[in-house]
Design a protein around this ligand. Structure first.
Ligand SMILES: *Cc1c(COP(=O)(O)O)cnc(C)c1O
Ligand SMILES: [Zn+2]
Length: 482
C-alpha cells in the first residue's frame, strides 16, 4: 500500500440501509428517517456491502488507518479517518469537520493509580469542540444532512432536539457552522441543564425553547412535533449520530495499537446511544479482524436513573424492561428514566456476548460519583460528573469482582469538567439539595481564601498595599526568608 492511499479520499462506497429493531423493516438511506414509519421502532444503519471490506486484511486496515492519522485531508482529519466503517456514503464536499474526535487517553496520574491500585486512563471526550462526545455523532448527522439538503435543493431545514444539555450545544454549533438553509431549535427542560450548557446554544444563535419538566418530558414533545411537522430530529434515535459515535471505539483501538486484550471500557448510560455506538464500533473492528479481542464493556448508571441497570440485574429468563422515574442526579447528562436506545442496547449486548465479549451494567451512588470526580480532578484529570460516574463504576466493578487490577480500563470523560462546575460548587459550599443525597467530605473541599479586606486597598498607597499583601501571602503559606 502506498503512502498516497492515505491521502486520497476513500473510493469504497457502501449501501446504507435503515434497519428497524421493532419490526425488522428496511428502508433506503435517501430519506431522513428518525423512527420506523410503520412501527415507530428505532433504527440502526447498516452497510449492505460491509462484507466487501473483508477483502482487506485486518492488518491492512490497521496500516491504512495509521497512515490516515498523518494525512492532511480536511475531511479525514476527524471521525472520518474511519470513513469506511462509519458512513461510507458521504461525499467529501459534505463532510463537516469542526475538530471533533482524536481525543487522548490520559493514563491515570501515577500516584492516583497507585492509591486506588487500579490500572486506568481517561479518554477526554470533553476536548471535543462543544466539549462533549456528542460532537462525534453530530459531525456525521450534519454531514449526511448537508448532502441531503444539497441533493434535494431544500431551502429550509429545521433541526430540532430535546436535550440534557450537550446534544443541544453540539447541534446548535454544527447547525451554525453549516448555515445556509439549516436552522437549529433546541428544547430544554427548564432549570435542568447547567448554565454553561444553556449558554452554548444561545451563543451559537439557536432558538432555545425551555419547558418545565425533565428531559423525558421534552423528548415526548419533540416526538410529537416530528410526527406532525417537517423537522429533522437530532436526538440519539437519529441513527446517523450513532454511526459517528462509533469513532470512539475505533480511536481507543488505534490508541492501544489495535490490541484490546486485557482492556475494559466504561461508559455512562443515559439514553444509551453512546454505549450502543461503542459496542457497535468494537464489533465492526472484530468482524474485520482489525482487533483480535473485544474489550470488556461496562455501562454505568446512577441509582437515581438506572433503568438499564435494573433490566440486566434481573435473571436472564423473563427480564422485563421498566422505565424509572428519575430523581435529581449530578450525572445530569445521563439523568434519563426511559432511554430511547434501549432496544439497541439489547441487540448489541446480545451480539457482544455472542462474539465472546463481556457486557455488564453497574450501579453507583450519587455520593460516589461526586467523590470520584473531585478526586480525579485533584490528580490532574478533567472529568465531568459523568466521568466521575465511570470511575465510581470501575471501583464498583472491582468491588463486585467483575474486573481485576491487571485490566486497563478506559473511562469515558464524556464532557469537560467546566460544563458541570456547578456541582463542584455545591459540593464545596455544602449546598446540595437533600434529594441529591450528596454530602461534602471536608478533605475534598477547596475554597478561595481572601488575603486582605477591601478597605486595606483603599487605606494606603499601592506600593504599601502590595507589601502588605505579599506579607499576608507569605504568612499564609509559611514561606521562609531567602
Ligand atoms: C449525552 C451524555 C451522556 C449520556 O449518553 P447517552 O448516549 O445518552 O447514553 C453522558 N455524558 C454526557 C456528558 C453526555 O452529554
Ligand atoms: Zn418498524
Amino acid at each position: 500500500m502506498s503512502l498516497n492511499s492515505a491521502d486520497v479520499f476513500p473510493v469504497y462506497r457502501g449501501v446504507m440501509e435503515y434497519f428497524c429493531l421493532g419490526c425488522g423493516q428496511r428502508y433506503g438511506m435517501d430519506e431522513l428517517h428518525y423512527t420506523c414509519p410503520s412501527c415507530g421502532g428505532v433504527f440502526l444503519l447498516e452497510d449492505k456491502n460491509f462484507n466487501a471490506l473483508k477483502e482487506k486484511s485486518g492488518q491492512e486496515w490497521q496500516e491504512l488507518f495509521d497512515m490516515r492519522a498523518a494525512a492532511k485531508r480536511q475531511a479525514l482529519r476527524g471521525v472520518f479517518r474511519f470513513y469506511e466503517l462509519i458512513a461510507p456514503v458521504l461525499d467529501e464536499e459534505d463532510i463537516v469537520y469542526l475538530g471533533e474526535g482524536n481525543t487522548p487517553i490520559v493514563p491515570a496520574a501515577p500516584e492516583f493509580a497507585e492509591k486506588l491500585n487500579l490500572n486506568f486512563g481517561y479518554k477526554n471526550d470533553g476536548q471535543n469542540p462543544s466539549a462533549s462526545f456528542k460532537d462525534r455523532g453530530m459531525a456525521c448527522a450534519f454531514s449526511y444532512l448537508k448532502g441531503l439538503t444539497r441533493r434535494h435543493d431544500w431551502d429550509e431545514v429545521l433541526t430540532i432536539c430535546a436535550s440534557t444539555g450537550d446534544t443541544s450545544a453540539s447541534a446548535a454549533l454544527y447547525a451554525a457552522y453549516v448555515g445556509g438553509p439549516v436552522r437549529s431549535v433546541v428544547l430544554l427542560p427548564y432549570g435542568k441543564v447547567t448554565p454553561q450548557q444553556l449558554s452554548q446554544p444561545l451563543g451559537s444563535g439557536a432558538t432555545v425553547l425551555e419547558l418545565p419538566g425533565v428531559f423525558d418530558d421534552c423528548m415526548k414533545v419533540v416526538e410529537r412535533l416530528a410526527d406532525k411537522y417537517r423537522v429533522a430530529l437530532l436526538n440519539s434515535k437519529n441513527a446517523w449520530r450513532i454511526l459517528g459515535q462509533e469513532s470512539y471505539a475505533f480511536e481507543i483501538a488505534q490508541w492501544c495499537d489495535w490490541d484490546m486484550a486485557g482492556k475494559a471500557v466504561f461508559v455512562p448510560i443515559g439514553n444509551a446511544g453512546n454505549i450502543t455506538a461503542v459496542m457497535a464500533g468494537f464489533l465492526k473492528l472484530r468482524e474485520l479482524e482489525i482487533i483480535a479481542e473485544l474489550p470488556m464493556m461496562f455501562g454505568v448508571q446512577s441509582s437515581h436513573a438506572d433503568p438499564v441497570f435494573k433490566y440486566y440485574a434481573q435473571p436472564e429468563e423473563g427480564r422485563r424492561y421498566q422505565p424509572v422515574q428519575v430523581t435529581p442526579s449530578v450525572a445530569q447528562a445521563a439523568m434519563i428514566g426511559d432511554p430511547v436506545s434501549f432496544p439497541r442496547v439489547q441487540l448489541l449486548a446480545r451480539r457482544y456476548l455472542e462474539q465472546g465479549g463481556v457486557f455488564n451494567v453497574v450501579q453507583v451512588e450519587e455520593q460516589a460519583i461526586m467523590d470520584a470526580m473531585l478526586t480525579a480532578n485533584r490528580y490532574g484529570h478533567i472529568a465531568c460528573t459523568q466521568g466521575g460516574e465511570c470511575l465510581a463504576g470501575l471501583l464498583r466493578a472491582r468491588e463486585c469482582g467483575l474486573i481485576d487490577s491487571s485490566v486497563f480500563a478506559v473511562l469515558d470523560a464524556t464532557a469537560h469538567a467546566l460544563k458541570f462546575s456547578g456541582f463542584q460548587d455545591m459540593y464545596f459550599n455544602s449546598s446540595f439539595p437533600a434529594e441529591y443525597e450528596v454530602s461534602s467530605k471536608q478533605n475534598l473541599v477547596n475554597r478561595p481564601e481572601m488575603l486582605l479586606a477591601q478597605e486595606r486597598l483603599n487605606a494606603q498607597p499601592r506600593e504599601a498595599y502590595y507589601d502588605e499583601a505579599a506579607a499576608a501571602a507569605a504568612e499564609r503559606l509559611g514561606l521562609k526568608m531567602k
